[in-house]
Ligand binder design. Sequence first.
Ligand code: ADE
Length: 231
Amino acid sequence: MRIDVVTIFPAFFAALDVSLLGRARQSGLIEVRIHDLRDFAHDRHRTVDDTPYGGGAGMVMRAEPWGEALDAVLTPGSTLVVPTPAGSLFTQRRARELSARQHLVFACGRYEGIDQRVVEWARRDHEVLELSLGDYVLNGGEVATLAMIEAAARVVPGMVGNPESLVEESHEEGLLEYPSYTKPASWRGLDVPPILLSGHHGAIAAWRREQSIDRTRRIRPELLPDDGTDL
Ligand code: ADE
C-alpha cells in the first residue's frame, strides 16, 4: 500500500516512524511519503491561504497550490481522502475499505478548509472521500490523517502479528469489545471475574458476548439494532 500526505506541517508525521507503522514502513508493506504544500506555492512568502469569498471569519486554502501538489501525487488508481469535520463519519468499515486501496492520498486542510473546487476537480478523475473523525473540530486534517492511516494500516494483511486479535475488537461486529483482564487474579481487593479462570471456553465466549452487548447497550445504544433483533 502506498500513502502520500500533503500538509503544511510535515513534522506531525514523525509519529509514523514509530511502533507498528514504523516497522511496516521498514518492511516495505506500507510506503508513506509526506509532501509540504508550501513547496507548491510560488510567491516569496509561500502563501497557501486567502480570505473567503462572501466574507466571514478565517482563511481558506487556495486552489492553485493544492492543484499543483495533487498533480504531482495523484495517479490513475489513487483515492483522495480529505479529512474535514464536514465529511461523512470515518468508521471501522471505512478503515477496512481504505486498507484495500492501492494508493491513498491525504489532503490535510487547515484554517476554514480547502477551496471546494479542489474536491470538485479531483472528482472528475478520482474517487474522493471527505471524511470526519467525529463531531468535534480539530485545528486541521493532520491529526485526523494520522488516525485514519493507523486505523487502515493495522488491518492491512500482514500488519498485525496475530490476525485473530483483530476479530474481537470493538466495532468489528458492530459492538464494543468486552472487558479484558490479566494477572494477578486479585488486585487491590478486586478479583478477575471467576468465569475467566474456569477454563470453559464455551462459557467464556458466551460471557464475553454478553459483556459486549451489555456494554454497548449502556455506552453506545445507537449501535444496536433498534428493531428488537436478537444479537
Ligand atoms: N479537521 C478538522 N476537524 C476534523 C474532524 N473532526 N475530522 C476530520 N478532519 C478534521
